[in-house]
Structure formats: C-alpha cells, structure tokens
Design a binder for this molecule. Structure first.
Ligand SMILES: [Zn+2]
Ligand SMILES: [Zn+2]
Length: 100
C-alpha cells in the first residue's frame, strides 16, 4: 500500500501529504509546545519524558549518524557535570554571607 499521507505527530487525526508534513508540524507546534522534537528526525515529536528513550530507538538515527550515534546518545542521556558545580556552596553568595 502506497499511502502518500502521514499522520501528524501532534494529532493523529491530522492527515497530511508526506511532502507537507514538515510545514504542517511547524504550524501544529505552536498549538502543542510541550512536545520535544527528535534530533534525528524533525517529524518525530514526543513528550520530553519519552524523548530520551525514543532517541535510543529512533529509526532515523542510524541513517543520519551511522558512526557517531553512541556519542550523540551519551550527550543526550548523561547528566551534565557543569550543573553539579553550580550547586557547590563555594559558588553560592548566600552561603558566604551565612558563613560570616
Ligand atoms: Zn497537526
Ligand atoms: Zn526520532
């Protein structure tokens, strides 16, 4: 079956010609700002809570980054060490006043 229409990721009741799905998503995105976009395929839209798992299974992943995939996944899923530094007491001005 050759179906030139695809379902809108925001609302499956939206049936859009495949050639128009990118433009449609841009419009629909304004009504559904809570969904994150897949880094591998802009037509993949999921809640942020499901995106981490999706990027590890994304069917577009290996097609776009056949060699760099593990690195990209690590960046998306690893905690960012710089955040920890911001929580150190030494960098907190309130802590210094309290310590005086
Ligand atoms: Zn739509
Ligand atoms: Zn994807």
């Amino acid at each position: 079956m050759d179906d030139p229409f695809v379902s809108c990721p925001y609302d499956p009741s939206h049936r859009v010609p495949r050639s128009r799905i990118q433009a449609h998503i841009v419009k629909c995105q304004k009504k559904h700002p809570t969904l994150a976009s897949c880094p591998y395929n802009a037509t993949h839209r999921l809640p942020q809570s499901e995106m981490t798992e999706h990027v590890q299974q994304c069917p577009s992943r290996s097609a776009i980054f056949p060699e760099h995939t593990p690195k990209v996944i690590a960046q998306l899923t690893s905690p960012r060490p710089i955040l920890q530094r911001e929580y150190l007491p030494e960098t907190d001005p309130n802590h210094e006043i309290w310590d005086d």
